[in-house]
Design a protein around this ligand. Structure first.
Ligand code: DHE
Length: 513
């Protein structure tokens, strides 16, 4: 913080000469906060992997970003200079830098003011807390799930992505930013515990079945970082190299609690990895001889067998995937998003193909019981359709036509409905309510014409549903889950995902990972 203030005051005191060269402009204006190598310092990394689809970067450089330390540079840089600078920031780095366990350890900052509480410092039900990620100004609001009072609103690292992961007792939550920062927050005491940069560009995080370990899937560097959840120290840094020697990014990592493992897919090589989070990890089904044994020499952990790795060879790399509730099967899709495959994790091979063209977004898949059989639904990012698959024989039960491609699905065991947004296209303001048995859209909510209305989450008992008005001056809108009537609106800064402690830690039917 001090470094940033000093650098901005220097800029103010010594106005910069206009410079044609974007790299020089970067060094002069940006490097003090965002680092010479663009990998982030007190400010976020400025690389395409982190900036993603962020729009209006030129305006942010010119005018700054409200409610952040980012100042405007319109007085120092011309419009043409800013345009070349934006191109420069969107250019991938020529060399993938190192990010060693020692560098991670050095980045770790524990909150000196943190005091653990013996009991929650608020009166409400700690299991019915819902977190709202507000990407507009990089905060999380902590909501009491009964009164919807905001109990706390804390700053997060820049650009949080993916679902936060709760400790199995629901007391702590871990939040990841695209920049690889992982933040630990204590829900009982409503305080940040600390943070560490576990990667340079990260994909998502997963909590081990016993709450001891947190896996961080990285694109940069190509690795999986395992943190100790107790103190955010680095337990293991696992380089991700396929059997054929290819270094690979990690598409995503998820916990597989009944298997006592993490399961991850390699993005640049046709392999799935299973990493033991317990020396006893592995399939739990009778008669199965588990292949960790033969791969035990790859054990990477201090406790015998802990973090042992098992590789499953598949035909094509997987970009996105999902599990059956018993974690025996993984359902994945390739990069082109034109094919779905089912991999039996016990026997370690592909057993079926699924008719899933149109870029299924399996990470948002949910499952429920229909006519005594379990079905799974997934939206497609390229098509206005939801595919519903039978999880016993892998047949396509239905393709529900929607008003446009959607991103997220949610339901609850107590609800007869699936809430499906229409994230892309002219109908981004709609939320479809779909009957889980008839698979028909029974109602479409669109309370804010022309504005993005997306991502639903239920309260613990499923009686109410929270939906995001996904805009800078946005809101969380609360509905009665039965009558579908609006109950309340809470103003929020571009709220994205919402996460109920109970639904997440109990793997409530209807939540994605
Ligand atoms: Fe996400 C979850 C991948 C773009 C908001 N997104 C996830 C997960 C994956 C993923 C693998 C599951 C992680 C987990 O929870 O452990 N997302 C991708 C992409 O590959 C994609 C298409 C391109 C990319 O930029 O990486 C992508 N995602 C976006 C966005 O543009 C969204 C809408 C805005 C943003 O914040 O970046 C977005 N993704 C989300 C959210 C979740 C998520 C809110 C958690 C949903 C949940 O309910 O759990």
């Amino acid at each position: 913080m001090i470094r940033r203030i000093v650098s901005f005051s220097l800029i103010a005191a010594f106005p910069l000469m206009a410079q044609a060269d974007a790299a020089a402009d970067y060094a002069d204006n940006c490097a003090s906060c965002h680092a010479e190598d663009r990998l982030g310092g007190t400010g976020p990394a400025l690389i395409p992997e982190t900036l993603g689809r962020l729009k209006g970067i030129d305006a942010i450089i010119a005018d700054g970003r409200p409610a952040t330390q980012m100042a405007g540079f319109a007085d120092q840089l011309s419009g043409a200079q800013i345009a070349t600078l934006v191109d420069y920031l969107k250019t991938p780095l020529s060399q993938v830098p190192d990010w060693t366990a020692a560098q991670m350890a050095e980045s770790r900052q524990m909150n000196p003011d943190y005091k653990p509480a013996d009991a929650p410092v608020f009166a409400g039900d700690p299991m019915n807390i819902t977190l709202v990620v507000e990407t507009g100004d990089h905060h999380v609001s902590v909501l009491d799930g009964d009164s919807f009072a905001v109990l706390d609103r804390f700053a997060t690292p820049f650009a949080v992505h993916g679902g936060p992961k709760f400790s199995p007792d629901g007391r702590f939550v871990f939040i990841m930013s695209r920049d690889g920062w992982v933040q630990k927050y204590d829900i009982w005491s409503l305080q940040e515990v600390g943070r560490i940069r576990a990667g340079l560009n990260s994909r998502n995080i997963a909590m081990s079945h016993d709450g001891r370990w947190l896996a961080v899937a990285n694109y940069l560097p190509a690795s999986l970082t395992v943190l100790s959840t107790a103190d955010l120290s680095v337990a293991k840094e696992i380089p991700v190299t396929a059997r054929n020697g290819t270094e690979s990014r990690v598409s995503a990592v998820y916990q597989a609690p009944p298997r006592k493992s993490f399961v991850l897919a390699l993005k640049d090589a046709p392999e799935i990895w299973e990493i033991a989070t317990d020396p006893d990890a592995g399939p739990f089904h009778d008669g199965f001889v588990h292949s960790y044994e033969k791969d035990m020499e790859e054990s990477l952990g201090a406790e015998k067998g802990l973090f042992a790795r098992r590789r499953i060879q598949i035909e094509e790399p997987l970009d996105d995937f999902f599990f059956t509730p018993d974690y025996r099967h993984l359902i994945g899709t390739n990069r082109e998003g034109d094919k779905g495959v089912v991999v039996n994790l016990d026997v370690g091979r592909e057993i079926a193909e699924l008719p899933l063209p149109g870029m299924p977004h399996l990470g948002s898949g949910i499952t429920w019981e229909r006519d005594g059989r379990r079905v799974m639904a997934t939206p497609h990012l390229n098509e206005g359709v939801l595919s519903v698959i039978d999880m016993e024989d892998w047949s396509l039960v239905s393709q529900i036509k929607t008003d446009g491609p959607g991103f997220f699905l949610r339901s609850h065991d107590s609800s007869p409905y699936v809430w499906a947004d229409v994230f892309f296209g002219p109908h981004k303001d709609e939320m479809h309510i779909i009957d889980k048995q008839t698979l028909e859209i029974v109602q479409t909510l669109a309370p804010f014409p022309g504005r993005t209305f997306a991502h639903a989450e239920f309260t613990r008992d499923g009686s109410q549903v929270l939906v995001s008005l996904w805009e800078d001056e946005g809101a969380v809108v609360i509905y009665d889950a039965k009558t579908l009537q609006e109950v309340k609106r809470l103003p929020m800064k571009k709220p994205s995902g919402k996460y109920n402690v109970w639904n997440k830690i109990t793997f409530e039917d209807g939540t994605s990972h």
